[in-house]
Design a protein around this ligand. Structure first.
Ligand code: SF4
Length: 187
């Protein structure tokens, strides 16, 4: 277990956001796997948006955003664009965010055949894709950097808790992280 010291206690508090786009939530599970070290992070930063907190709107003035998952729908596109606008540093967290990974496996099929498979061929009650209440899928799944600029890539499926803690500790302490010394694609 890595116990890298984050920022000195006197440093200003960092506003941290996380977002779960088209991913399996495994990257957020890895963040939770830092266990009691999350208290160390909480001494230095506020979680201002994401699945770990109950915020409905993306706040202004975010220092760091961790993006899990690829961009698969119009909802993902708008959300990651808004987060980019409001964040100083945006980190692509995990292989789905970095390359498209598992969600992008659907890119070899036309959307129409995916809808047909899901809503007709394999559905318990065959029907059509609902017109309202579901995000519109993009024709192809995109890695985050094809929609917004990315400041730091953190590969892995998922990146380990130690890697996440080390990188966040470096960011909080204004040290330049070097994720590729800590993790790799598919790790
Ligand atoms: Fe899940 Fe792996 Fe994608 Fe993270 S990178 S969301 S763990 S499939």
């Amino acid at each position: 277990m890595t116990n890298a010291a984050p920022a000195p206690a006197s440093a200003p508090r960092t506003r941290l956001a996380t977002v779960w786009l088209d991913g399996c939530s495994g990257c957020h599970m890895s963040l939770l796997d830092i266990d009691e070290r999350i208290l160390e992070l909480a001494r230095h930063c506020d979680f201002v948006y994401g699945p770990l907190v109950d915020s409905k709107l993306v706040p202004e003035n975010i220092d760091v955003t961790l993006v899990e998952g690829a961009v698969s729908s119009d909802h993902d596109w708008h959300l990651v664009s808004e987060l980019r606008k409001k964040s100083k540093l945006l980190i692509a967290l995990g292989d789905c965010a970095v390359t498209g990974n598992v969600p992008s496996m659907r890119n070899v099929m036309p959307l129409s055949s995916i809808y047909r498979k899901v809503y007709r061929d394999t559905a318990a009650i065959p029907g059509e894709c609902p017109k309202d209440g579901v995000p519109k899928l993009l024709k192809t799944v995109l890695p985050v950097n094809q929609v917004v600029s990315v400041d730091l890539y953190l590969p892995g499926c998922p990146p380990s808790a130690d890697t996440l803690f080390q990188v966040l500790s470096d960011v909080l302490a204004s040290r330049e992280p070097n994720p590729l010394l800590l993790t790799r694609f598919g790790a």
